[in-house]
Design a protein around this ligand. Structure first.
Ligand SMILES: Cc1cc2nc3c(=O)[nH]c(=O)nc-3n(C[C@H](O)[C@H](O)[C@H](O)COP(=O)(O)OP(=O)(O)OC[C@H]3O[C@@H](n4cnc5c(N)ncnc54)[C@H](O)[C@@H]3O)c2cc1C
Length: 423
């Protein structure tokens, strides 16, 4: 099915990757974004590409940990109180999914998607003409306590059984791999299968690539505010409001819903309930850190990340479920700032005063699987959202799968039922 008019709603990692692969298949693509394309949740994050993360967010132990953390102001997790019925329903559904059955159901598909995406990143970096760097030193899961070590080593052994390239290291072995900075840990797991990128640079490269095509239109400050559909529920137009308040419509043959944490709001315009809520997180970037670590890492007890991005160094953390907007939770931010010094003492001082703080809203589904696929009620609307902590990692795989769905040849290697927006 060639040369369709496709409208992509949302210009983050997922929308841009979808547009990229749709363009490769010869479609006319229009991307709309209510803010600036490439500046949503996908810009200031940790940039980790993570085949190592095959356990869905809804997993055993998360509820107990979450409840404990909710009462600690500087902990990495929180749930914003709400009376909104859909959010309460989401929390209930998450609670129900946080079990081993859900993990067993999802983990192979999550791993396969991540491996596929990693392979696509490799091709994009080698053969597409897109200018971006892919850091290939892997990822550390670092720990300071015996308890965390036990958990991480168990996970590492599962990863090895699944065929991933993983090494379990003691503190000295971790330090030996990081000769330029001090690392104060009991040990760590080195997922040599992982990589990282600077997500903003990657998206700039995609935007530049898309702009070279006459058939691609990129519209910032253009918000989807409604749809027009025929008697069968087939969408004909998306109604958009531009920055100056004017409302117009954009016609399309196919529509891709990639509005990140706002996807539920967009689906609501059609009377649909797509259970996506926001999981807000923060990052701090040091432009001139003086020293750089080589290997991105997750400080597991603190749930804080460190990623070298070119000359810069980025730290990320915090998951505040249902939190939206620009307001910064100072307690959570203090927790992030303090944690870094406990693992990487060289950056302790710089981090305490690092500014500005970036925040982004992860689009979270209640079972930890993304939504990728056609809506039953609107057969020409394709969901591409709900990637939570893995939207960068899974961006290319999602984009390619969206383009395959539009082409009428969905990728049969994956269990699409697990990702259906109607599941
Ligand atoms: C602190 C932090 C660290 C992270 N680290 C990683 C990591 O290391 N690796 C990883 O894989 N993931 C990571 N993530 C998660 C990742 O950032 C997200 O999963 C990803 O950015 C989601 O991409 P998206 O395209 O779905 O959403 P977004 O990037 O948010 O894009 C959605 C876009 O839709 C637009 N939009 C919304 N509503 C409308 C509307 N009505 N009309 C038009 N446009 C609209 C928005 O303006 C936005 O630009 C991290 C997230 C955070 C917060």
């Amino acid at each position: 099915m060639s040369n369709r008019k496709v409208v992509v709603i949302g210009g983050g990692m997922v929308g841009l990757c979808s547009a990229w692969y749709l363009k490769q298949q010869g479609h006319q693509v229009t991307i709309i974004d209510k803010g600036t394309i490439g500046e949503g949740c996908s810009s200031g994050n940790a940039g980790m590409l993570v085949p190592s993360h095959f356990i869905p967010m809804a997993a055993p132990g998360i509820i107990a940990k979450g409840l404990k953390w909710m009462f600690q102001p500087e902990s990495p997790f929180n749930v914003k109180p709400t009376l909104d019925m859909q959010s309460l329903f989401w929390l209930l559904s998450f609670f129900r999914n946080a079990n081993q059955t859900n993990v067993d159901r999802c983990k192979q598909t999550i791993l396969d998607l991540n491996l596929y995406s990693h392979e696509l990143y490799g091709s994009l970096s080698n053969d597409s003409g897109l200018e971006f760097e892919m850091g290939k030193h892997g990822l550390f899961m670092l720990y300071k306590t015996e308890k965390a070590e036990k958990e991480e080593v168990e996970l590492a052994q599962q990863a090895q059984e699944l065929g991933l390239d993983v090494a379990i290291l003691n503190g000295q072995q971790v330090q030996d791999l990081e000769p330029d900075v001090r690392v104060d840990v009991r040990g760590g797991v080195h997922f040599r299968c992982d990589s990282h990128i600077d997500p903003a640079r990657f998206m700039q490269a995609i935007v530049k690539g898309l702009q070279q095509s006459d058939d691609t239109v990129l519209l910032s400050n253009t918000e989807a505010v409604g749809f027009e559909q025929d008697a069968n529920g087939r969408l004909t137009d998306v109604l958009v409001r531009s920055g100056d308040g004017e409302t117009t419509s954009i016609a399309g043959d196919e529509f891709v819903l990639a509005a990140g944490a706002f996807s539920r709001e967009v689906a609501k315009l059609l009377g649909d309930n797509l259970p996506v809520v926001s999981g807000k997180g923060y990052s701090l970037t040091l432009d001139n850190p003086g020293k750089l670590n080589r290997i991105p890492a997750i400080m597991t007890e603190a749930k804080v990340t460190i990623t070298p991005m070119g000359e810069k160094l980025r730290f990320c953390g915090t998951m505040e479920l249902l939190a939206e907007g620009e307001k910064i939770n100072q307690g959570k931010l203090n927790g992030l700032r303090k944690a870094v010094g406990q693992y990487y003492p060289d950056f302790a001082e710089a981090l305490m005063s690092a500014d500005p703080v970036w925040s982004g809203m992860r689009p979270c589904s209640p079972d930890g699987m993304p939504f990728i696929g056609r809506f039953k009620k609107h057969e020409n609307l394709i969901a591409a959202t709900g990637h939570a902590m893995m939207g960068v990692s899974l961006g290319p795989a999602t984009g390619k799968m969206v383009s395959d769905i539009v082409a009428g040849t969905p990728d049969t290697r994956f269990n699409m039922a697990l990702m259906s927006p109607d599941r």
